[in-house]
Design a protein around this ligand. Structure first.
Ligand code: URP
Ligand code: ZN
Ligand code: ZN
Length: 483
């Protein structure tokens, strides 16, 4: 029988269950270290061979990649799907969130289990498994957030690591909800180190924020324009410095989520240059949006209320440089979406009640390709590193995820460098009524996305299947290479 070519306008039938053979033909491959013109043979959902010219076996489906750039599928290590937060629940669940991810070229996500206080980690984990199973369309893992530290949490922590959940998040902000004090953070750092877990922190000084926000509200300054005033960069810089000192004391590695400003970056740089294992993630919103949006159109500014907030534009060049220099290793989204109408407007009389977060999981690869690669700020290998290889390595998924190699999962995104588009509410796959990046022009779009050898998206059309995503057990953090 003839081989079948997948590159029509209509969504292609996905190879069933990843069992069928697929050949990705004629593309140019880019990994974090290399590039070459090669074909890829996929068998059983895994990469079986890479070669200059592979003759497709009979029955094989062919994905025509001529003129396309082939990258490992994106790995977004920071999402919040169906998160109960600030009196509501984030709008994207594991189905809509991972569908948006797939269409945007991301084939693995790591979401945060945030257990309820007093209920323990394992109960939280069961709740998150129930949210994801039968819904996720691409593969997923979990981080475990620690919102308190007591004997029960201490006893459950090693069990969580054994389940393949090898990273933890502590909040230094959200006082009265998720925030931990320094003593608890020190205990967590020591325990995670003992059991092979990597601790990440949301670094903002929660006491500072509460104090400033209470004063603003008392003065009648209740609009979203005051959100960044209530979350100054100094509060992120201070918390970053303190977290680094605590990690040093515990002799533990540390990962900063959603680093937004130079005040935090200088702390990370100083620690790394002093030999401490300190890693950092930033997000497309901090690279591309700025705090002038809070001055716009009254309550519309609520669309960009997130923590940390958007910063002064002068930070953007420093973050891009930090990525290019390797001081920041990853770009994730912190996708935590809320509808403008019916959710963000819960805070219309008081900005401190606006649910924090933005939609972004479907936009990350597109934005980084256009504004990083096409604008010349990142090489294609650096793009592969910060969007896929580094997050996979840091969070114990590599080389199953994050690279194009024999034996790796056949998670691939095929970019058409010539194709143009624009991000907008009309084209977003996020389950919300706005785009945080409305009007952003794109040059280079994902033409075909494969997850374990199945074509799950073509030209922003989802061709996968609800529930096909699998939980991925992750290995323990290996600090070698990251100091
Ligand atoms: O505003 C944000 N970042 N919302 C999600 C929760 C968090 O802090 O990561
Ligand atoms: Zn956070
Ligand atoms: Zn987050």
């Amino acid at each position: 029988m003839e081989s079948k070519t997948i590159r029509s306008k209509a969504p292609a039938a996905a190879p069933a269950g990843g069992r069928q053979e697929v050949v990705v033909k004629g593309g140019t491959l880019f990994t974090a270290s290399d590039s070459c013109r090669a074909d890829i043979l996929i068998r059983g959902g895994k990469i079986a061979a890479i070669g200059e010219k592979i003759d497709p076996p009979a029955q094989a489906a062919i994905v025509d990649a001529s003129g396309l750039e082939v990258f490992a599928g994106g790995v977004d290590v920071h999402t919040h799907f169906e998160l109960p937060f600030m009196g509501t629940v984030s709008a994207d669940d594991f189905e809509s969130g991972t569908t948006a991810a797939a269409c945007g070229g991301t084939t693995t996500i790591i979401d945060f289990v945030i257990p309820s206080k007093g209920r323990g980690l394992l109960e939280g984990l069961e709740a998150w498994r129930a949210k994801a199973e039968g819904k996720a369309v691409v593969d997923y893992g979990f981080h475990m957030a620690l919102v308190e530290y007591d004997d029960r949490v201490a006893a459950e922590l090693p069990k969580v690591v054994r389940e393949g959940i090898t990273s933890f998040k502590c909040f230094m902000a959200y006082k009265g909800a998720f925030m931990m004090d320094d003593s608890q953070l020190l205990d967590v750092l020591a325990a995670a180190k003992r059991h092979g877990g990597l601790v990440s922190v949301h670094a903002e000084n929660g006491d500072m924020l509460v104090n400033i926000m209470a004063r603003l509200v008392k003065e009648g300054k209740t609009g979203p324009a005051y959100h960044p005033v209530g979350h100054p960069a100094a509060a992120e810089g201070e918390a970053s410095h303190r977290a680094i000192a605590l990690a040093k004391m515990a002799g533990a590695p540390l990962y900063f989520v959603h680093l937004s400003c130079d005040e935090a970056l200088v702390e990370v740089k100083a620690a790394r240059l002093a030999g401490q294992c300190v890693l950092a993630e930033t997000c497309p919103q901090y690279l591309l949006l700025d705090d002038s949006l809070y001055g716009k159109n009254g309550f519309e500014a609520a669309k960009w209320v997130m923590s940390p907030p958007l910063r002064d534009k002068s930070n953007q060049g420093k973050l891009w440089q930090g990525l290019a220099d390797g001081f920041i290793q990853t770009v994730a989204t912190d996708h935590c979406s809320f509808r403008f109408s019916g959710q963000k407007d819960m805070g219309k009389d008081d900005f401190t009640r606006i649910p924090n977060g933005i939609p972004a999981v479907g936009d990350r690869m597109n934005l980084l390709y256009t504004y990083g690669v096409q604008k010349g700020l990142l090489s294609r290998s650096q793009f592969a590193a910060v969007t896929s290889a580094n997050p996979a390595k840091i969070f114990g998924l590599y080389p199953q995820k994050g690279t194009i190699a024999v034996g790796s999962d056949a998670d691939l995104v095929l970019f058409d460098p010539k194709k143009k588009g624009r991000l907008s509410k009309a084209t977003t796959r996020h389950r919300v009524d706005y785009s945080a990046f409305e009007g952003f022009e794109l040059e280079g779009l994902p033409a075909v996305v494969l997850s374990r050898g199945e074509v799950v998206a073509k030209d922003n059309v989802f061709t996968g299947r609800k529930g096909r995503g699998r939980f991925v057990k992750r290995k323990e953090f290996d600090s070698r290479g990251w100091r």
